[in-house]
Write a protein that binds this ligand. Structure first.
Ligand SMILES: [Zn+2]
Length: 111
């Protein structure tokens, strides 16, 4: 069970890194919306979600927050903390997964 959670945590962190690249590219194109990939942690999920860059930035302020497609929220290990038209913002509640999310945070906290 722990191994499953570690795999989920690492998959999410990987998709988050891909999205950081998409954010940069969208910025360069002066787009206000990014065509991000779902960060739900299912390695077979390749769905895209359109998220305003402003909102994406707010999500990235929290290392345990992720953007997913509305139907891709996984029960007790996470909860919805925000919602857009095409996406949900979730917070990781599972301790193992939250720890991985913080360890692999692409934007280390400066405090
Ligand atoms: Zn997904």
């Amino acid at each position: 069970m722990k191994r499953t959670r570690e795999r989920i945590g690492k998959t999410e962190a990987l998709f988050r890194n891909v999205n950081e690249g998409i954010r940069e590219a969208s910025d360069r194109l002066e787009s206000e919306v990014g065509d991000f990939i779902c960060e739900c942690g299912d390695s077979t999920c390749t769905e895209h979600i359109r998220v305003p860059l402003e909102e994406y930035e707010r999500v990235r302020e929290h290392p345990t927050h992720f953007v997913v497609r509305p139907g891709h929220v996984k029960g007790p290990i996470e909860r919805v903390v925000g919602r857009g038209r095409h996406y949900s913002v979730i917070e990781k509640l599972d301790r193992v997964i939250a720890r991985i999310a913080k360890r692999l945070n692409p934007r280390p906290e400066t405090t």
